[in-house]
Write a protein that binds this ligand. Structure first.
Ligand code: SF4
Length: 79
């Protein structure tokens, strides 16, 4: 994962240790990562806001892929 000052809830997230899934270039793996976010994580909304606040556009965060995060940032739709 990135070397960020991550929130406390992140330390127990289901994505911990899953970098190869969450940062995969393969669409099927990205879909699996998104499913993990939406089905197994209780902090999806907080994570999405964290990712947008930190302009994260690589990997899957908060149930969104990098391109989706980029579009949200460009649209400023999360404000
Ligand atoms: S929403 Fe996804 S990326 Fe964010 S902490 Fe949860 S499992 Fe990890």
């Amino acid at each position: 994962m990135f070397d960020l000052n991550t929130p406390e809830w992140f330390s127990k997230a289901p994505c911990i240790g899953e970098d190869r899934l969450f940062f995969s270039a393969h669409p099927s793996k990205r879909r699996m990562a998104v499913a993990k976010c939406t089905e197994e994580c209780g902090n999806t909304e907080k994570c999405l806001q964290f990712a947008l606040d930190n302009k994260m556009t690589q990997g899957v965060w908060g149930g969104k892929t990098g391109p989706e995060l980029s579009r949200l940032l460009e649209a400023d739709a999360y404000a």
